[in-house]
Design a protein around this ligand. Structure first.
Ligand code: AMP
Length: 217
């Protein structure tokens, strides 16, 4: 299965796509994680991306397309993959269709107010990328990652002003992808407002049904 999760920042894409990839035994590719690692390692890409990320803007399409093209052509993607945070613009989606068309795109539907509340209170492990939420998924020990045991942090772009900018950018550049994928019959819709475990069970059911349907076509 070649899938992507589409939704506003804070809709739960990161948490759910990581779990789904694990369940389906396919690769999880988060463009945000790739960029944050590059920023941390101060690579050429990281230096280019830093300002865009911190101001809530999108990294230019040509840069993102290059990264994804290279990543999905690796051997571990042969069995399938879940893209998390890509495509985010129509040109990115059009490019992807020319190399490896997606089988399905899952739209995470959740209100803007809920996204702001989730993003401005969440913590992330800078080492492994695990995401924590004070009510739905608190760490076992306050301020420490369950897996790495290291200190949790707030993402720089989760500050209120940047979150508002990210939502604005989402509405302008990414939301049009809902119709793009609906028109090509590949859009799956999920209500992403319930608690994470509930969303996850529905997500698995939906993807498995879609896979059975695609297999029959
Ligand atoms: P995320 O972790 O998916 O929320 O991504 C964090 C930030 O990385 C975004 O706000 C963008 O600045 C940048 N980014 C990630 N994926 C893309 C993409 N497909 N196109 C452009 N910028 C991206």
């Amino acid at each position: 299965m070649k899938l992507s999760i589409l939704g506003p920042p804070g809709s739960g894409k990161g948490t759910q796509s990581t779990r789904l990839a694990d369940r389906l035994g396919i690769v999880h590719i988060s463009t945000g994680d790739i960029l944050r690692t590059a920023v941390k390692d101060k690579t050429v890409l990281g230096k280019k991306a830093h300002e865009f990320i911190n101001s809530g803007q999108l990294v230019p399409d040509d840069v993102m397309i290059g990264i994804v093209k290279e990543r999905i052509s690796e051997k571990d993607c042969k069995k399938g993959f879940i893209l998390d945070g890509f495509p985010r613009t129509i040109p990115q989606a059009e490019m992807l269709d020319t190399i490896i068309p997606l089988d399905g795109v899952i739209f995470f539907d959740v209100s803007e107010e809920a996204c702001v509340a989730r993003l401005t209170t969440r913590k992330i492990c800078p080492k492994c990328g695990l995401i924590y939420n004070p009510t739905t998924h608190p760490p076992l020990v306050a301020g420490k990652c369950d897996k790495c045991k290291g200190p949790l942090a707030t993402r720089d772009d989760d500050k209120v002003e940047t979150v508002k900018e990210r939502l604005k950018v989402y509405n302008k550049s990414t939301e049009p992808l809902v119709n793009f994928y609906k028109n090509s019959g590949r859009l799956l819709h999920i209500d992403a407002s319930p608690p994470p475990d509930e969303v996850f069970e529905k997500l698995v059911e939906m993807v498995q049904a879609h896979e059975r349907g695609s297999a029959r076509d």
